[in-house]
Design a protein around this ligand. Structure first.
Ligand SMILES: [Zn+2]
Length: 93
């Protein structure tokens, strides 16, 4: 996978990582405006696409939105187990 910039907000960064681990695509938005990137499911569902703000007003909320959407469309069924370990690590604030 190509290098990608890390989001400055850790909640969002974790959500992006989660999406990518679940097979979602990271789409660069280039230098355009407010979007940091776009995340999209690999199945190409139009409704499973979310643009990630580079300056979210409520990053935790945005992160939750991303996670929720990713959970709706995950190609792998093995994801849930590996995800548990991730979540435990993430509680280290
Ligand atoms: Zn989908």
């Amino acid at each position: 996978m190509a290098k990608r910039p890390k989001h400055t907000n850790k909640h969002i960064a974790a959500a992006i990582d989660y999406a990518l681990k679940n097979g979602w695509k990271y789409i660069e938005t280039g230098k355009s405006a407010h979007a940091f990137c776009i995340l999209r499911c690999i199945s190409g569902h139009g409704e499973h696409s979310i643009s990630v703000s580079s300056t979210p007003r409520n990053p935790e909320n945005d992160a939750k939105k991303i996670l929720k959407l990713v959970k709706k469309c995950t190609p792998s069924e093995n994801v849930e187990e590996s995800e548990k370990e991730e979540n435990e690590n993430e509680t280290n604030e």
